[in-house]
Write a protein that binds this ligand. Structure first.
Ligand code: TRP
Length: 453
């Protein structure tokens, strides 16, 4: 990156803006859709407790590493490793992150498109008793059809692109600062509605009363994997956003707050969904169909369910959108700084690639469902490769880089923002130990477990 570009580099301006942009990236389909169904499949409260342990002791330190690399280098994911790592090898880590972000965005925007479709249906009061839909048939015939899901996916990608063209300060920061509070209020309203239904108490108990006998080693791996995914680790998004964070910000505080808010959103989503599921006598282990099949069925029976459906699908759309913009920004920052493209050109170029990839992912649910690579369709392949391979390697390389390549003094300097903030010695020692040894060991264990399964 030339000095000229770095002098003009766009960036965040307010602490709240940074926190909400980071939280916007982390809070996504993972919180509203994946977390509740994993909780349902893995025995409720015990899963949640293990999830919290993973988040605090493993995932937050990894997030801190990405923060350190991004903020210290003030560059895109690839440029960051190049600047700080010097030799050639580390650049691969940056490249993996950019690739992971690109793969995730391709299938994420398809699900983002589904959320828009469901929002449109909800606004047409389809999820009411009078709507008369068959949720399962409707979902299957929609996602396997050719044109409709593609059109909604393209609308979703267009929304993402428009925000990103506006830049970091005027696009990402402005939008997430306005949207995240709205998302929070909507989710709280839904949780209150769900928890006050007759018979909801059992769902609340299911979420918060641990039953250790239900906990298996595969639940443990699922909890760790979910914590990883939910905090958007290993795909360069935290790193890229951190590169826009001014030097005076306290990055430890920001990582802790982002982690806390992401977890809070996941728990609120659990409270919005599980009590209603129990109140309607549905089994909690519905799997991935929970959001698009089970919930519409519940909305159509719920008093004022049509309204709840609108709130829910607006939330799902907003959550997906604020995550998608962070994914796109990883690629855009790379194109601007490494290929010297102007922002609008970078958005145009990357969009043309994403349109093709996303259309392939969308078609793989229907017309192209016979195309299998390693016995997975294209959508599942992108999901698998990014979540199980690229993100995990990306995170592993980030912790190894901070723990074994950066100097201890530089890490301390970054964590204290050059001495502005005190970092207690014992705390630093524990964190440094996790970053150097515990986190890499756990990530390698996940990689092995993923390969075996
Ligand atoms: N954290 C997002 C969620 O909970 C999913 C995700 C994974 C993601 N990696 C990401 C989002 C990178 C944005 C950027 O849904």
């Amino acid at each position: 990156m030339s000095n000229q570009t770095s002098a003009k580099r766009d960036g965040f301006v307010s602490s709240l803006g940074i926190l909400l942009a980071m939280t916007g990236s982390a809070v996504g389909l993972g919180n509203l859709w994946r977390f509740p169904y994993l909780v349902g499949e893995n025995g409720g409260a015990t899963f949640i407790i293990f999830y919290l342990v993973c988040v605090i002791f493993i995932c937050m330190p990894i997030m801190v590493c990405e923060f350190i690399i991004g903020r210290r280098s003030q560059a895109n994911a690839f440029g960051a490793y190049k600047r700080l790592g010097g030799d050639k090898g580390w650049k691969v880590a940056g490249l993996l992150s950019v690739l992971a972000a690109a793969f995730i965005l391709s299938f994420y925007s398809v699900v983002g498109g589904w959320s828009i479709r469901y929002l449109v249906l909800a606004c047409g009061l389809k999820f009411t008793a009078a709507g008369g839909i068959q949720p399962e048939t409707m979902f299957n015939s929609f996602v396997t059809s050719t044109w409709a899901p593609i059109i909604y996916t393209l609308i979703f990608l267009a929304c993402t692109g428009i925000i990103i063209v506006a830049g970091v300060k005027n696009g990402i920061e402005k939008f997430t600062k306005a949207l995240m509070p709205v998302l929070f209020v909507l989710m709280v309203i839904l949780a209150v509605r769900s928890m006050t239904l007759p018979g909801a108490g059992e769902g609340v108990r299911y979420l918060f009363k641990p039953d250790f006998s239900k906990f298996t080693s595969s639940s443990a791996i699922a909890a760790l994997g979910q914590a990883f995914f939910s905090l958007s680790l290993g795909c360069g998004t935290i790193l890229t956003y951190a590169s826009y964070v001014p030097r005076k910000e306290n990055i430890l505080k920001c990582s802790a707050e982002t982690t806390a808010l992401d977890t809070l959103f996941a728990l609120i989503a659990g409270c919005a969904i599980m009590p209603a599921v129990f109140a309607y006598g549905i089994s909690p282990g519905q799997g991935p169909g929970l959001v698009f099949v089970t919930l519409p069925a519940i909305f159509s029976e719920l008093p004022a369910g049509g309204f709840a459906a609108i709130l829910f699908f607006v939330s799902l759309f907003l959550a997906a959108l604020t995550s998608a913009i962070s994914l796109l920004e990883v690629v855009i920052a790379f194109l601007i700084e490494e290929c010297n493209l102007r922002r609008p050109v970078a958005v145009g170029v990357s969009m043309s690639v994403f349109v093709v990839l996303a259309v392939l992912c969308s078609l793989s649910q229907g017309a192209l469902s016979h195309v299998k690579i390693f016995s997975l369709n294209i959508f599942d392949l992108f999901d698998y490769v990014s979540a199980n391979v690229l993100m995990t390697f990306g995170a592993l390389l980030a912790v190894l880089f901070v723990g074994h390549k950066l100097k201890r003094a530089d890490i301390q300097d970054e964590l204290s923002s050059g001495g502005i903030y005190g970092v207690p010695r014992g705390f630093f020692k524990a964190l440094y130990f996790i970053i150097r040894w515990a986190a890499p060991a756990v990530i390698i264990a996940i990689l092995i477990a993923g390969l075996i399964s």
